[in-house]
Design a protein around this ligand. Structure first.
Ligand SMILES: *[C@@H]1O[C@H](CO)[C@@H](O)[C@H](O)[C@H]1NC(C)=O
Length: 597
């Protein structure tokens, strides 16, 4: 009996100690977790271009192979209602980098083209804007952009580099300052011709009619003076057209540029092994900075057309060159993640994957192959604010802090990365401006169940196109449209006749009262609600209208970076690595640091 009691006492004191120890360990573990979230993690960002949410295995695709992205998702959190701030590259990227709607930085066009098209134009991300790269840089991070920028290069002279990545918080840049376009790759057609097809035919008809009239005037023996004047006019127009054509054909040399920091290293860039070079650059950057906190923004030109894939991937997927390009990008992501593992950095690194907007469904190659991605159940695509244009794949991985297998269905935005990483770096948000994004950590760590985005504003260039409202006390996700793009052909799922959808005039239909959907019940945006089918119809519209008024009064007036003046080609701003007579051609992509590691 005694003996047993003694043993019992001994055991109970041991077990008390054990419990105490266990508690200590638990607190330490909790503390370390809490510490981890504030201790300057590395940040690795993968951004695809024009990738559809339906292209990835983890978002339901069964035939495209994206094992590395799928693994990333299963080890972290999937954001299923992740919304790009704009359905076009330049504005979406501006919003992403600054945490603000791009209309606040003036990257919101009032005419047709909503993006930058030329290396020699003066628009871009203004110097007054602060990117998260700049704030992390100030906090001691090493920062690099590898890949696509698309937010301008120069302002007034071809040496000011005022819009260049190195002026916006990146220590290192290896990539393409403008964008990848069909016109960059011989044999892939031209976006200019694609986009202008509908306008070229009437112009040709007009020229034809003019010629016939000229002949008629000649036969009728009308005034010789008039005839001569018309002749000269015709000559001048032909010369101008000829020059335009010449300039068109030199597009590739003038705009498809690969740079290392401020230096042009390939003009035009060579597609061969471009992905391998981006991947190598990214891996080397991580190895160089394994001791210090770093920010790596790997911004793939895939899967924007012109599509490309290296020999290893070409012809391997089930979805043509498009699928090959997606699978090669997935490979590249796997390579970079592997380096994080090798260097024991995975637990210290927040990894984010996204696409700058939805798939460009109208992309059909000149051979008739589908070169645009898949937006799953969602309507429309790039250049529209239907869900297919803005609902992008979002994945965040941070082992030990986020996930695994977490899933956030609440509305989140690509503008949220700004406040999230700024906070993690221990920096405070800028106080002199509105930041539209919200810190994602409370949602990611399960400390909040509701998104802070009660309203999200969906812009089509400078025009407020739609608004999303997630009322605080309800599961509904209302979305109203003030106008919708006119699909052409009418019964299709896009603006195939124009290659992209435009935001104004005859290209859209205005709605008054606005179109209303409840995305929580109708994510496909098939059934617009009416006052008959939704008793709260007018109340909902009214709340949203009030939110629009508040939002609109918060917009400052800033110079428009996509004005005609800022978007057109200025010959004196043209970057050129050789003389103009040598057609601005060069190829010296040699890295002096290659052997350092
Ligand atoms: C997978 O992606 C391809 C390429 O975009 C698309 O054609 C296909 O329909 C998708 N499949 C599924 C099941 O989502």
């Amino acid at each position: 009996m005694r003996m047993e009691e003694g043993t019992f006492k001994m055991f109970s004191s041991i077990s008390k100690k054990m419990i105490f120890l266990f508690h200590m360990l638990f607190y330490l573990w909790e503390a370390s977790k809490a510490n981890k979230t504030v201790s300057k993690p590395n940040v690795v960002i993968f951004m695809a271009d024009d990738l559809g949410i339906g292209d990835l295995g983890c978002f339901g695709n069964k035939t495209l192979r994206t094992p590395n992205i799928d693994k990333l998702a299963s080890e972290g959190a999937m954001l299923t209602q992740h919304i790009a701030a704009s359905p076009l590259c330049s504005p979406s990227r501006a919003a992403f980098l600054t945490g603000r709607y791009s209309i606040r930085s003036g990257i919101a066009s009032i005419h047709r083209s909503g993006v930058f098209l030329f290396s020699g134009s003066s628009g871009g991300l203004p110097s007054e804007e602060t990117t998260f790269a700049k704030l992390l840089q100030q906090k001691g991070y090493s920062t690099a952009l590898i890949g696509k920028w698309h937010l301008g290069i120069y302002c007034n002279s071809s040496s000011d580099f005022c819009h260049h990545p190195l002026s916006h918080g990146f220590d290192y840049f290896y990539g393409i300052p403008v964008t990848n376009l069909r016109d960059c790759k011989p044999g892939h057609g031209s976006v200019f011709i694609e986009g202008c097809k509908m306008f070229i035919r009437p112009s040709l008809q007009f020229i034809g009619i003019a010629l016939i009239s000229l002949k008629a005037i000649h036969y009728l023996g009308l005034s010789k003076g008039l005839l001569r004047a018309l002749g000269y006019l015709f000559l001048i127009i032909s010369v101008l057209l000829g020059l335009l054509l010449l300039w068109w054909y030199s597009y590739r040399y003038l705009n498809c540029i690969l740079m290392r920091n401020h230096t042009i290293i390939q003009q035009p860039w060579i597609y061969e092994n471009l992905t391998q070079r981006f991947t190598e650059e990214a891996k080397r950057f991580i190895k160089r900075n394994s001791e210090a906190p770093f920010l790596l923004f790997l911004s793939y030109p895939q899967v924007h057309t012109a599509l490309f894939a290296s020999q290893t991937f070409k012809g391997k997927s089930k979805h043509g060159l498009y699928g090959d390009a997606v699978e090669e990008m997935d490979w590249s992501i796997g390579e970079v993640l592997h380096v994080l593992d090798q260097w024991h950095l995975s637990e210290k690194t927040l990894v984010y994957f996204t696409s700058d907007q939805g798939a460009h469904v109208e992309e059909i190659s000149i051979n008739g192959e589908v070169h645009g991605g898949y937006n799953g159940i969602y309507k429309g695509g790039k250049s529209t604010n239907w869900e297919g244009g803005i609902r992008v794949p979002g994945i965040i991985r941070w082992p030990g802090v986020v996930g695994p297998d977490a899933r956030i269905d609440e509305p989140t935005s690509n503008m949220d990365i700004f406040p999230t990483v700024i906070k993690l770096a221990g920096e405070s948000l800028p106080k002199d401006r509105i930041i539209d994004g919200h810190d994602l950590m409370p949602l990611l760590q399960g400390n909040a169940v509701r998104s802070k985005h009660e309203f999200l504003f969906h812009y089509c260039n400078a025009h407020l196109n739609a608004v999303r409202w997630h009322p605080r006390n309800s599961t509904s996700i209302w979305k109203v449209f003030f106008f919708t793009p006119n699909f052409s052909p009418e019964d299709s799922n896009g603006c195939y006749d124009y290659h992209v959808c435009f935001c104004q005039g005859d290209f859209v239909t205005y709605h008054n009262p606005p179109l209303l959907f409840d995305l929580s019940k109708d994510p496909e945006e098939k059934n617009p609600l009416t006052p008959e089918t939704e008793s709260q119809f007018y109340d909902i519209i009214q709340v949203i209208q009030q939110a629009v008024n508040n939002h609109t009064t918060s917009l400052p007036s800033v110079p428009n970076q996509l004005s005609l003046d800022n978007i057109l080609w200025k010959p004196w701003l043209q970057p050129c690595c050789s003389s103009f007579l040598q057609l601005c051609y060069c190829d010296h992509d040699i890295d002096e640091n290659k052997d350092v590691l």
